[in-house]
Design a protein around this ligand. Sequence first.
Ligand code: AMP
Ligand code: ZN
Length: 483
Amino acid sequence: MYLYNSASRKKEEFVTHTPNHVEMYTCGPTVYHFAHIGNLRSYIMEDILEKFFLFSGYSVNRVMNITDVGHLSSDADTGEDKMLKGAKREHKSVMDIAKYYTDAFFADCKKLQIKIPKTVKPATGLIDDYIKIISNLLEKGFAYRAGGNVYFDTSKLNEYYIFNNHDEEDLAVGVREGVEEDINKKNKNDFVLWFTKSKFEDQALKWDSPWGVGYPGWHIECSGISMKYNGEYLDIHCGGIDNAFPHHTNEIAQSEAFLGHPWCTHWFHVHHLNTSTGKMSKSKGEFLTVSLLEEKGYDPLVYRFFCLQSHYRKGLVFSWENLDNATTAFNKLINRIAKLKVTEEAVDEAVLAEYKVKFIEVVGNDLNTSMGITLLYDALKAKTNDATKLAILGAYDSVLSLDLLKKAEAKRAENAKLAAKPAAAGGYTIHGEGDPAIDALVMARYEAKKAKNFAEADRIRDELKAQGIEITDVVGGANWKRS
Ligand code: AMP
Ligand code: ZN
């Protein structure tokens, strides 16, 4: 497989430390609010990446954190504590907020068919581990104490800017807003490993440490959790592009200083979901959630399909119109799969194997998911029997996770039910292309109109439209054709 590596700024062959095994780490959500669909774009792409590794024959140990402490909007201790802000907003304790939004995140993942990583750890669970790492960094001279806090000393590194050419402007997307100079820092890029002095007198979560009662900085949690559950050598670290700087840059600094050897070989960053007015962001307050998509009548898997249609290294613009287009394309795809006959025919194993290899080649070129979608259409056109086509689609869907076969089965059942109804009645004649399921829908629309149930009639017309069917009402009946 070839993957773009943010650290080398090149597309590279993906090589793991242990052959055929991937140690994978994902930065998890900060659980002070619902995940927005931008966050979930990152998790969808990371989910596909893990499933693609499994499809390609690797075993995967995937670890993720839940940020339930320490995520300030700036290391200078000027920003707001996001968890505390959430707790105040909802008159709940920080831990209640963390539990509520962690569960909500998992529920969203389920709706989007995102597999929860094998190991998910809240940041608050590993305080002793962070203290050990920080003590070690202090002993080795990579950290210093100032103003009550413990800071990492970036001047002790040979290279600090891993993801850019010593130019923070390059990574402007990642620089957090409202950063104020912290006079305790020896160097501009130094960052807090452990806070004891905080503007937040009422900081809810505090722990004893050799440096006083306080709490860990944001970056140390990912290094600590990964080194504990992935081991000393990490093959791939994932997150949204805004995590590249300073979060991942600082993770590399402290992990390699602690370990004394290179830590993670591959960095995978998902670019942002934007709206017409800019990046979707939780701190802006207004954002779209999976529940909102559902309230508006969208299938969450259509959002997944929408994300897969574009490359993870390009910004993606969300609009309702784009989502409508994805709905139409997704419904057409399901209808085409539903037309395949489920029979006792034998699957042609050679053809199936050939198509699996094709998928690995195509999607394995820097996780090209939109080409993966194109391969679904190729499979539908393959010169083979329907049983083999269904087997190919099922195999592809083990990575894409669009629930294609189940949805097609449901569609088949719905079509069969409709086709069983009498096709014409009361002198109403339908001219179409001889498809009983479509005839039945056109008839149902006529009946709804007759009963003055115009909402239902419109719904059926929309459903037909989504299937690419155009209806023309004529005297005594209707004509339909595929567009
Ligand atoms: P957070 O909950 O803020 O810690 O973010 C969770 C994940 O979502 C991180 O990997 C972020 O980099 C990522 N992320 C944040 N905003 C966006 C966005 N608009 N589009 C895609 N990913 C995002
Ligand atoms: Zn992280």
